[in-house]
Structures are given as structure tokens and as C-alpha cells.
Design a binder for this molecule. Structure first.
Ligand code: ZN
Length: 563
């Protein structure tokens, strides 16, 4: 799953009314919502063997883009070639925005086509036979025997018209549908496997190359879960969002990343503190877990290159994979956090938001370290607090009892208890005292970032709840000029109170209280709306420029020319 932390959902107001035949100036304005930003990382610590392997992985990832374009729409590649030939300002503007969106539809404008002649984005993408209806495909899958039906709905097959029998469908494995590209990508993975000195990475790369040929991804997904290498590649068919018919078919994506040493060490340090944090949660002692279970793996990495489904429109900042339930049932999913992408978004989006939303004294306190450390703690706090509970004498779970309110309440809990836990570690001396002054203003600014796209998903609903609760408790306040500030004397107790309130609600499986809290607090009040209305000039997201990857590839081609 890609994480909704930075998902944009709504149309942006200043381009509404744009029609299909946009001018070069219109298109440039639409592109400018994605601020071009350098994405790279220091690789001086990386052994030469791993740097050489990295080059092969970037080359492999570059081939993923073509596959993804074709998976979204059969006409993508031809249109891209046509656009690339047009040297006029309009042609260049179209090409630029096409490359950002990986297609002729504007993701920020409800997928509006922006190139004349482009069709509406097909809901079936290019996974099902052209011209076939959803109901016909559905009826056909239901007529199949169980093994065939499973294959038809597999992540790794497309459905095509049968060449032999008119009007009939057939199942085509990815290994056949995308054979030439997958063979090239597989060869590059095998070359990288020869170069790396890391056994676990070598195993993953070889098994993934084999999966491209055999169409069986299970062993390579398992090998991916076990990776702890300096290079952390995610490359293959993964997310099913592009298949809007059945959410069955996986789109190709690639993230070529390297481990972030400092944050990996920080995570290990936090891991040792979790039971102690649980033992000090502001809830009834009986409601705490005496022994926390094992956590799903988390990796903090820096992105070197991304492609395909992993690089279009609003950039992915973190993901949970794999989606194969055979693996997630046994081992959970691995969460990968792209630190340098988060940092870019922080600079390009969050700092400008803080300038609009916060009092000057608090603007200065907004800091990336506090922002990222809170995201890490948010993830860890999902594992703490009540999960398996008893309600009216029955053994049950928070998720079952809270039903449709579960996600918003759980996200709010992870945020607010994340602040509580960081304050606890600051007070304990595990984290530096200096973090305290940055923690709350940074969270306040990030509330506005999350609310910018409306109260459409669980994270934003949870954020609205927290913001209004902290305002009501006096932990945050609104100045005469309409900007927001942190009230140092009240914010800590308000954070503790809300942590206790949400976790107690969860422990009791109190659905009606959850409904009541969301109804009264998960709203955008007028002072908040006034700030949101003033954010239209702040970029929505970044357009990544992979400088480290280009330097690596440049050094490689320079070397081969010199030979
Ligand atoms: Zn979360």
C-alpha cells in the first residue's frame, strides 16, 4: 500500500475551468504545482561493489516506466513519442506535464485529460480486453473453475481477447504479456546480483529475476521481506490502484533506495523503549499491554531513483508491501519510509505552509528532525495501546468494535500518542531536550498540510479531531491576525489528555463515543478554513530530479567511453 500521508485528492481551485485544450501557459501553471526538487543522497559510505550494483538497478528501474505507461493505457507510448517530437512551447509544456502525470490526465484535476484527442482515463486501465464490459469480464470469471478464476483475478495476469475463438477471453501471464521488457530488467537484476557483496540482496535480485520469467513472485517477496542491506530495492508489479474495475492487477513500479544509517539507529533505539512507553501510557494500568508483541519491520531509506507507479503526480513518501496476503498473514508487511522525499516535501510544502499558518515565533521552530521523528513514532505507536479487548464480556478487537470510525480514531491515536511518547523520551533523556520546542509547532504546521485536501480520508479526519481538541483545551490558540500558535503551558497536558481519552475509548470498544467525537471535532472550523484559503500559492508537491542517480549513470558512461 502507498501511504496516504501525502495523497492529494481534490482539485486545486486555481485551475478549475481549464478545459481539454489547455494553452502552454495553463499547462506550465499546472506543472508548477509540482516544484522541481533535487532528490539524492550521500553515497560516500557505500562500498564500490554496492555502488556498481546500484547503477544496474537504476538502469533496470528506468525500464519500468515504459511498462507502467502501457499498463495504464494502450495509447500512452505512441502519444509520448509524438509529444517528444513537438518542439513548440505548447508541445514542450504538454510533454512536461505528461511526464509528471505518466499519462495525458491531470491527477490534481480529477484526472481531466489535458491533451486534445486523449480519452478519459480508462477505469480498466490496459488490464482487460479493449471494448469488453466489466460485467462481461465478471460473468466470465464466475463461469471458470476455482483455479482458473484465481488465475484470472491474480495480481500477475492480464485478460485479453482469445485469438482463436471470437468473443472469448483468455488469461495471459505478465511473463508473456511483458516478456521482452521483463527479460531485459531481469538481466540487469542478475548483473546487479553478481556485483553486490550482500548475500540477502543477491538472493532477492536473483529470485525477482526468476519471478519475471516464471510469473511466481512468492519466494522473491519473502526474500524482499528479509532484506537489511545497504541497498533496498523495490522493483516489480505491486499496487492495484490502477485497476479500478477489480483492484486485482498489479502495476509495475520501482524504488531504488539506500539505507539511512542515522534513522535506522534511531529506530533501533526507539524499539528498546517501546515497552517502557507502554508501561507509562496515560490510561488505566489494567488496559496496558504487559508484553508487547513483535513489530512488523520498518526501514528508513533515501530514494535514489523511482519509476512507474512509484513516480507519478503526488510522490510516494512511504509504502507498505507486499500486498500478497500469504505473506502479510504470516509476517506482516514491511514499511519503507523515503526520508529524503519526506525532507523535500517538508521544505517545499510544509515550510511555506508554516509561514502562512503560524505565528512568527512558532514558524522558526518548525524543524525537519521533529517532523520525521514524529512520523517514525506515529508508525511505532500503531503497535502500542489497546488492540485485542473485551467488550460486554466478549473477546473482540478495537477494529471490530469501532467499525467505520476505526481508521480515523486509530490514526489520531498514533499521531497524538506519538507526541506523548516523544515528550516522554525527551523527559527521560533519551531524546535531546532541544527537540521539545520544535515538536509542537511542527505538528501544528503539519495539521494544515494534512487538511489541505479536505476531510476525505482517515488521516485528515484524525488530524481535524486532534487540532480542534488541542484548540479547545488551550494547547493551541489563534492570534488576532488569524495565525495559529502553541501555548507551551498547556500543550503537554492537552496531548496527554487526548492520548488517554482515545486509548480508553479504544479499550472499551466505545463506538458511540467515537461517532460523537468525530461528529463534533472532525470538522474544519472557520479560523482553520481561513488559513487553508490562503495556501493556494504553496506548491502541492515536488517533481523529483534524481541528481545522485544521474551522477552515477554519468560516471558509468564516462568510464566506458574512456575505455
Ligand atoms: Zn498511521
Amino acid at each position: 500500500m502507498h501511504l496516504p500521508l501525502l495523497v492529494a485528492l481534490a482539485a486545486c481551485s486555481h485551475v478549475t475551468g481549464a478545459n481539454m485544450v489547455s494553452s502552454a501557459a495553463d499547462l506550465d501553471k499546472m506543472s508548477a504545482r509540482f516544484a522541481p526538487t533535487e532528490i539524492g543522497a550521500d553515497l560516500s559510505w557505500l562500498p564500490a561493489s554496492e555502488r556498481a550494483a546500484l547503477v544496474k538497478l537504476i538502469q533496470a528501474a528506468k525500464l519500468i516506466d515504459g511498462l507502467f505507461l502501457r499498463q495504464r493505457w494502450s495509447g500512452s507510448e505512441a502519444l509520448l513519442l509524438e509529444l517528444a517530437k513537438d518542439a513548440s512551447p505548447l508541445g514542450k509544456a504538454r510533454l512536461h506535464y505528461f511526464v509528471i502525470n505518466k499519462g495525458p490526465w491531470s491527477a490534481l484535476d480529477r484526472e481531466m485529460p489535458f491533451i486534445p484527442g486523449a480519452p478519459p482515463r480508462p477505469a480498466a486501465a490496459n488490464f482487460y480486453p479493449p471494448g469488453a464490459s466489466k460485467s462481461a469480464v465478471e460473468k466470465w470469471t464466475q463461469s471458470l473453475d476455482e483455479p482458473q478464476r484465481k488465475l484470472a483475478m491474480s495480481f500477475y495476469t492480464v485478460i485479453r481477447w482469445s485469438p482463436e475463438r471470437t468473443g472469448k477471453f483468455q488469461i495471459v501471464p505478465y511473463s508473456q504479456e511483458y516478456q521482452p521488457e521483463l527479460a531485459s530488467i531481469g538481466s540487469l537484476l542478475k548483473e546487479a546480483a553478481v556485483l553486490t557483496a550482500d548475500d540477502a540482496l543477491r538472493k532477492f535480485l536473483n529470485q525477482r529475476a526468476e519471478a519475471f520469467a516464471s510469473n511466481d513472485y512468492y519466494q522473491s517477496d519473502l526474500a524482499w521481506m528479509q532484506l537489511t542491506s545497504a541497498i533496498e530495492p523495490t522493483l516489480g508489479p505491486y499496487e492495484v490502484y490502477q485497476d479500478e474495475w477489480f483492484n486485482a492487477k498489479a502495476a509495475f513500479e520501482a524504488f531504488v533506495t539506500v539505507r539511512d544509517e542515522a534513522e535506522t539507529a534511531k529506530l533501533a533505539k526507539f524499539g528498546e523503549q517501546l515497552q517502557d512507553i507502554e508501561n507509562h501510557l496515560p490510561i488505566d494500568a489494567q488496559l496496558r499491554n504487559r508484553k508487547l508483541g513483535a513489530m512488523s519491520p520498518i526501514r528508513v531509506v533515501n530514494s535514489i531513483f523511482s519509476a512507474g507507479d512509484g513516480n507519478h503526480a503526488v510522490q510516494t513518501a512511504a509504502y507498505n508491501l507486499p500486498n500478497d496476503e500469504r505473506i502479510t498473514h504470516e509476517q506482516g508487511a514491511k514499511r519503507v519510509m523515503l526520508k529524503n522525499v519526506q525532507e523535500a516535501k517538508f521544505k517545499i510544502v510544509l515550510l511555506p505552509i508554516a509561514k502562512v499558518a503560524l505565528d512568527p515565533k512558532d514558524q522558526k521552530q518548525v524543524a525537519f528532525d521533529a517532523f520525521f521523528t514524529h512520523i517514525l513514532m506515529h508508525e511505532l505507536m500503531h503497535g502500542l495501546g489497546p488492540h485485542v479487548i473485551s467488550a460486554a464480556g466478549r473477546a473482540t478487537t478495537v477494529r471490530e468494535e469501532l467499525k467505520e470510525t476505526y481508521s480515523a480514531i486509530e490514526e489520531a491515536k498514533a499521531d497524538i500518542s506519538g507526541l506523548f511518547a516523544l515528550q516522554y523520551l525527551i523527559d527521560k533523556g533519551v531524546l535531546p531536550k532541544s527537540m521539545e520546542s520544535t515538536l509542537y509547532p511542527t505538528f501544528l504546521a503539519s495539521c494544515f498540510r494534512s487538511l489541505r485536501f479536505g476531510l476525505t480520508e482517515a488521516h485528515a479526519k484524525g488530524i481535524a479531531l486532534q487540532l480542534n481538541y488541542l484548540l479547545d483545551q488551550g494547547g493551541f490558540g489563534v492570534s488576532g491576525g488569524g495565525t495559529f500558535f502553541v501555548n507551551d503551558s498547556k500543550v503537554k497536558s492537552a496531548v496527554t489528555a487526548l492520548t488517554g481519552e482515545l486509548m480508553t475509548l479504544q479499550a472499551h470498544g466505545d463506538h458511540s463515543r467515537a461517532v460523537q467525537m468525530l461528529a463534533s471535532l472532525s470538522v474544519v472550523r472557520p479560523p482553520v478554513q481561513k488559513v487553508l484559503d490562503r495556501l493556494t500559492q504553496v506548491p502541492v508537491d515536488i517533481e523529483p530530479k534524481f541528481t545522485t542517480a544521474e551522477a552515477l549513470l554519468g560516471a558509468q558512461s564516462g568510464a566506458s567511453q574512456a575505455r
